[in-house]
Design a protein around this ligand. Structure first.
Ligand SMILES: C[S@@+](CC[C@H](N)C(=O)[O-])C[C@H]1O[C@@H](n2cnc3c(N)ncnc32)[C@H](O)[C@@H]1O
Length: 402
């Protein structure tokens, strides 16, 4: 099915009142080609399905893609007006009203909204004085994230100590463009926003069906259609966050569309991928500073650059494909265009070992991490050892050095 037929199917479902299902088909059409109109239709379906925060982000994205999209402006205006954000609502609704593309009935409805909120807009309080929007019930979190009151969300994936361990200081983040890949509940996205990042984009697939499946698609056991990443949107609303989120796979990152980032973080994803090298190559195209990678590694022989391929559900379920050694990840990062790589010194052992890597695209970023005692620079000696391990495994005569 093509992107346009995905869009058509989504709109048919929308008009039939099946909004959650419509959103899924519209998301598919966006995954193939994102346009302002598709993003706006997707957001409208989410709004009808009862997901206002996601819808708001969608309408904003549609307006980023095409500021003249009057449907997105009108919808966002009504959404904001309904939550007492009347100043911005008024600007959007007035902009939408000027569009010649609006049908008379839509114009009349927009006019009614304008009349309803205009007096309120004139005396609108500053955003900080506004009462908080009613929060939906707190969802179950996967990632442990600190809340403004000092409590934690309590999920099992706990990265709270990682910025310090990695030597990623708030000063490095301030004013930077940050990309959070496989963002899930958004620990890294919200952390970067809190520390003054100029812009943060979080990406993740929004349905298990969009994991990296092979030709046959997801196995029957895979849950489909459940809203994923609900924790992210709950936090987004609580924090009144400006983080942008796109429901895309890592392979869909595109410098033309998303720009280039100073800091990219990809934790817990590499082993889910069938094309880990393609993902790293793609990330290099959108990251010109530092890429942080955390992943499962196969650790029997860490200095041998080799990778296991996990068949079927042999390694903790069908969604795991790739078991690289430490040296394989280092070589993949270098060959993707990150000339300086640091590897976490403490090597875990055992079947479920994991490791962190800091890959730098240039010497300025590389200098930031050179004194971090938790990480080792992969220098010429490291690469001599990995080459020797490979030669031994292949039975080649050792390289002679002069
Ligand atoms: C093990 S969780 C890791 C989540 C989080 N980064 C962490 O470290 O706790 C794997 C995450 O990867 C996301 N994911 C799976 N396939 C993906 C893909 N092809 N592109 C982007 N994200 C993907 C999943 O939706 C999920 O949020």
């Amino acid at each position: 099915m093509t992107a346009s037929s995905h869009h058509q199917k989504g709109m048919d479902l929308f008009h039939a009142g099946c909004y959650a299902e419509a959103a899924q088909w519209l998301e598919k059409s966006i995954a193939e080609q994102e346009t302002s109109e598709r993003r706006s239709d997707w957001a409208a379906a989410l709004l009808q399905a009862g997901w206002p925060t996601q819808a708001e982000a969608g309408f904003r994205r549609a307006l980023d893609l095409d500021p003249a999209n009057s449907v997105a402006a009108a919808n966002l205006g009504v959404l904001l007006a309904s939550s007492q954000r009347t100043d911005e609502a008024l600007v959007l609704l007035e902009r939408a009203l000027q569009s010649t593309a609006m049908a008379p009935a839509q114009q009349a409805s927009i006019q009614q909204w304008i009349e309803k909120i205009r007096p309120a807009a004139a005396i609108a309080p500053r955003p900080s004085d506004l009462p908080s929007l009613a929060m939906p019930e707190r969802p179950k979190f996967y990632m442990n994230i600190e809340l403004p009151d000092g409590s934690f969300t309590g999920g099992p994936s706990d990265h709270t100590s990682w910025p310090a361990h990695l030597g990623l200081s708030p000063a490095m983040v301030a004013g930077k463009r940050v990309l959070d890949v496989a963002s899930n509940d958004g620990f890294w996205a919200f952390w970067a926003e809190k520390h003054g990042a100029a812009e943060v984009l979080a990406i993740d697939v929004e349905d298990y069906a969009h994991y990296d499946w092979s030709f046959g698609g997801p196995p029957a056991s895979v849950k489909r259609g459940d809203p994923k990443n609900v924790g992210f949107w709950w936090l987004h609303q609580l924090l009144r966050s400006r983080v942008r989120r796109e429901p895309i796979s890592v392979y869909q990152l595109d410098p033309e569309q998303h720009g280039v980032f100073d800091i990219a973080v990809m934790c817990g994803l590499l082993y889910h991928l069938r094309h880990p090298l393609l993902a790293l190559d793609t990330l290099r195209r959108v990251c010109n500073g530092v890429l942080i990678v955390e992943t499962h590694i196969a650790c029997a022989d860490p200095l041998l650059p080799a990778s296991l391929f996990y068949m079927d559900d042999v390694f903790r379920g069908h969604a795991n494909w790739t078991g690289p050694t430490e040296a394989a990840v280092v070589h993949w990062l270098c060959s993707a265009g990150f000339p300086t790589v640091y590897v976490e010194r403490d090597r875990q052992s055992g079947m479920y070992a994991r490791q962190k890597f800091i890959a730098c695209a240039n010497s300025t970023w590389a200098a930031n991490f050179q004194h971090n005692p938790n990480f080792q620079l992969c220098d010429s000696n490291y690469f001599r050892q990995t080459r020797a391990a490979l030669e031994t495994r292949l039975g080649l005569p050792p390289t002679t050095t002069t």
